[in-house]
Design a protein around this ligand. Sequence first.
Ligand code: NDP
Length: 448
Amino acid sequence: MPRTYDYDLFVIGAGSGGVRASRVAASYGARVAVAEEHRIGGTCVIRGCVPKKLLVYGSHFAEELQDAAHYGWTVERTSFDWPTLRDRVLGEVDRINEAYTATLESHGVERFLERATITGPHGVRLASGREVSARTILVATGAWPVLPDFPGADACITSNEVFHLPSLPKRVVIQGAGYIAMEFAGIFNALGCTVTVVNRSEAILRGYDESLRDRLLQITMARGIQYRFNCPIERIDKAGECYSVKLEGHDAFDADAVLIATGRRPNTKGLGLEAAGVALGEKGEIPVDDQSKTSCDSIYAVGDVTNRVQLTPVAIREGQAFADTVFGNAPVTVDYGCIPSAVFSQPPLAGVGLTEGQARNKFGSIKVFSSDFRPMKNVFAGRQERGLYKLVVDAATDKVLGLHMIGPEAPEILQAAAIAVKAGLTKADFDATVALHPSMAEELVLMR
Ligand code: NDP
C-alpha cells in the first residue's frame, strides 16, 4: 500500500536552488513546502551576488567621476554617503525577497519561515515543534562563511555582515584572496578606504588564468590596494571600534574593520541528516549522484551544500534538473562543462573553459592567442590600465578550449563569447566573424 505524506516535496532552504526546485515541482502538480530559517532568496539575493553587484556599481562611480573631466564634464564637490548606498541596496534586497516570496505563493508553495531538520527518510521537524512528512526531501541549505581559528576571529565580519556596516571603515583588512576578498577589496578601495589583503599563500584567485591574476594584482596595487602574502593572521585584538591586527612575523597594525573571506562551508551541521542515513563528505558536504540524489533514496540535495560548483546559476540548474527529473518525468543531468565565471573586481575578470596551464596539461600541444590592449576609454582618460584577453586553442583541432579576459565589462562580454566556446567553435570560426568596431570585444576576433 502506498504511504500518504503531508507533501510530495519538502525543500529545506529557499535560496537559488531551493526556490527553483520548489516552484518547478509545484508547476508539475506536486504539493510542495519550503522551510527557510533566514530570508527567502538565500545567499545570492540576501547577502551575496545581488547586493555585492550593486555595491560594485555604486563604488565604480568613483572612477567615472575621476575620468569625467577628460570628457568635458565639470564635477564639483563630489562626496559619498555610505548609509545612502547601503540602505538603497538593502531596500533592493527587500524588493527581490518579496518577489521571490510572491513567486512561491503564486505557485502554491507553502512557506515556513523557520529552521527545519530531518528526522528520517521522509520526516521533517520544524523549529516550532511541528512534524511533517514528505515523499521526497530536498536539501538546499547552501553554505556559510568559514571563520579561521585564530584568537579574535569572532570579532571580525564576514560577507554576511559587510552589507550592514554602520559606517564606511577608513582602514579595512581582508583575509583571503578569493572571489569575495577581491570583490570587496575593489569596492572598499574605490570608496576611498585603505585596503590590505592578507592571504595565506602568495596567490590571488587560485584557479583563474595566471596572466589575468598577475594583471589584476598589478592594477590593484597601482590603485593602492596593499597585499601581504604568505601571512597567516596570528591574532586580532579589538579595543572599542579599533582592531589591532597581528600577522605572523610582522608588527601589529590598526584597522577599522576586518573582513574574513576564506571560503564557505556546506551548511549541514545539525540538520539531522544522519537520522536518515545520508552520508556526508569530508567538508560536511552532501555527496550526490548525477541526479542529485544522496545516499538515501528519498533525499536529494542541490546547490552549495553539495560543494560541486559554488555558483548561483549552477544551483538553479541543479534545482531545475531535480524538479524535471523527479516530478516532471523528464530525467535531466546537469552539464558541468564550460561553466563561465567572473570576479567582479575592479577591473573585473572572467573566464570559461581551460586555463593555459590546464590545457597544456591535458592536451600537450596548444596555441595561445592574446590581446594586451589599452581600452579606448582608458587612453582618452589618461588611465594606464590595460585589458588582457586570452584564447587557448587545441593545436590539433583548432578548437577553442578556453577564453579568459580582464578589463572593463569583461563579464558582460564573456557571457556571450562563452556560447561559442561551449559550442566547441574553432579559432577559425572566431576569425571568420567580422569585428564590431569600435569595441573592446572586437579583440576576440582580431587575435593573430
Ligand atoms: P574562495 O574559495 O574564492 O577563496 C578563499 C580564499 O581564502 C583563498 O584566497 C584561500 O587561499 C584562502 N583560505 C582558504 N582557507 C583558508 C584558511 N583556513 N585560512 C586562511 N586563508 C584561507 O572563497 P570566498 O570566501 O572568496 O568565496 C566562497 C565561494 O563563493 C567561492 O568559491 C565562489 O564559488 C563563491 N562566490 C562567487 C562569486 C562570483 O561568482 N563572482 C562571488 C563571491 C563568492 P589560497 O587559495 O591562496 O589557498
